[in-house]
Write a protein that binds this ligand. Structure first.
Ligand SMILES: [Zn+2]
Length: 491
């Protein structure tokens, strides 16, 4: 076992959490070779001998380690076939799609559900692939086969989905995190993860950087009285990996990761997923930076453009968040006359305004003639209708809480110096955040994402941030106190 996975075990012990008894904590295996993997998986599944094992994958050809050409699916199937009857399902071919088109949408969720419901006597399900494949299978099992055994085998260290009991599913372009099935075990295969494309590992690293800002959103929301509960368990659990994560940044800017870097990144991602599951919400690792990322995804999903890697966007937005926190920490006095409050009609109006000004097509925005644009707008407005309904109802939930919180704002002002001091402890300075991004070769401006994001898209996403989801983040506060999120982000 790796020392970084041992750190995880130690962190649970320090918090008096029993990882074996707690269903929210999947067993974490870090395997340095396939013999080790074979032994461990056969062992944990021994009571199911000769049973069926279902593997869902996306059909992409992925190398099992950097020096061989053996495909990972072939490798894993062969190992499992010694003891089990293996059912492999390629979601791309099963849904008549290209593997790059698969995302966690209602359509692919339905396809996944059809596949698992076809297997009437199978109890063991494995997601072999990305966060998307994992989320789809995890959520479909949650809804349809809650008692099945679910195992995740990440093929790249991209997101926290591999160990968390949440799934991110997009509904009409609006990404929503849902409670999902608890995972039984996660297998982190270092040779496989080392062979994964660097841009994916780098993006996963970027997603983890949210850890250095998102707690600020949660704490601020709690202090304002918008979020009911707050605890720092997840912060402490993740703190174990704060220094190792900083030290390893530069490896993500290189061609290949060392085994040590893979272990750190895998253990931190695993812990991030678990920390969220234990908190019962994604709040500890998903604040303003994720909201910006979701807003950017919304633009792209609405116009059927390919998404930017999630972690790349989150990394860039984490820098924006760090800068915005610094801006906030400069505030000495609040001008109560500038405070905003909005009812349903106002919200509807402002969202309409945002939609009509939205750069849905990114850098192709100017390419359309007036008549083409009209046609597009008609198509879009039908598509955007249900997203708008979700945005309005979600925004009103927190806005109503703000209306109440505003009345007690003198208490908040009274406590402001202490709140600021604690916020400073919870968040990383923009200077340090930028240094991490630069070392890891993650984007520090919108145009550097792949595919690139225009400055206009990015500014739109920042300003639209208050309307993306019901949970509070710093953008809401900036908006409510009558300031401009783009100005706060540019200091
Ligand atoms: Zn994320």
């Amino acid at each position: 076992m790796s020392i970084f996975f041992e750190k995880m075990t130690q962190a649970f012990a320090d918090e008096k959490i029993d990882p074996i008894a707690n269903k929210k904590i999947p067993i974490q295996y870090c395997c340095h070779n396939y013999e080790d993997f074979s032994e461990k998986i056969t062992q944990i599944l021994s009571k199911y001998k000769n049973n069926k094992v279902f593997i869902l994958h996306d059909g992409k050809n992925k190398k099992s380690d950097k020096d061989s050409n053996t495909n990972i699916l072939e490798k894993i199937s062969k190992i499992l076939a010694n003891t089990f009857s293996v059912i492999e399902k390629n979601l791309a071919t099963e849904s008549n799609s290209n593997c790059d088109e698969i995302h966690a949408s209602e359509y692919f969720l339905k396809k996944t559900t059809d596949l698992i419901l076809n297997e009437t006597d199978c109890e063991i399900y494995i997601a072999l692939g990305s966060g998307t494949i994992t989320d789809l299978l995890k959520h479909s099992l949650f809804l349809n086969k809650p008692n099945a055994l679910f195992i995740s085998i990440p093929t790249a260290m991209t997101v926290t989905a591999f160990s968390s009991s949440f799934s991110v599913v997009d509904i009409s372009g609006a990404k929503r995190t849902r409670q999902s099935k608890d995972i039984y075990a996660t297998f982190w295969l270092t040779p496989l993860l080392q062979a994964a494309p660097m841009e994916l590992s780098r993006a996963g690293y970027g997603d983890l950087l949210a850890r250095f800002v998102a707690y600020g959103d949660w704490y601020l929301g709690f202090k304002l009285g918008i979020s009911e509960k707050y605890d720092e368990l997840a912060f402490r659990l993740m703190e174990v990996f704060a220094e190792p994560l900083k030290q390893v940044a530069s490896e993500f800017g290189q061609k290949e990761l060392s085994t040590r870097a893979v272990e750190i990144s895998a253990a931190a991602l695993a812990m991030a997923g678990i920390a969220m599951s234990l908190s019962g919400e994604t709040t500890p690792l998903s604040g303003y930076e994720h909201v910006i990322s979701h807003a950017l995804d919304f633009l792209r999903l609405s116009s059927d453009r390919p998404l930017v890697l999630h972690g790349e966007q989150v990394a860039l937005a984490s820098l924006t968040s760090a800068m915005s926190f610094e801006w906030l920490l400069e505030i000495e006095n609040f001008d109560l006359k500038k405070f905003r409050s909005m009812n349903e009609k106002d919200t509807n109006q402002i969202i309409n305004h945002f939609f009509s000004a939205a750069p849905f097509f990114g850098k192709d925005e100017d390419k359309f003639s007036e008549s083409e644009r009209k046609k597009i707008d008609i198509n879009l407005s039908a598509k955007l209708h249900s997203a708008k309904e979700i945005f309005i109802s979600d925004y009103l939930k927190k806005s109503q809480k703000w209306d109440i919180a505003k009345e007690r704002f003198t208490d908040f002002i009274h406590e402001w110096p202490e709140i600021k001091a604690h916020l400073k402890k919870l968040t990383l300075s923009s200077h340090s955040m930028q240094a991490l991004l630069e070392q890891a070769q993650l984007p520090i401006f919108p145009e550097a994402t792949t595919p690139n994001t225009t400055a206009l898209e990015y500014r739109w996403a920042i300003r639209f941030a208050p309307f993306i989801r019901s949970r509070f983040c710093l953008a809401d506060f900036i908006f409510w106190i009558g300031e401009d999120c783009c100005i706060a982000a540019a200091t």
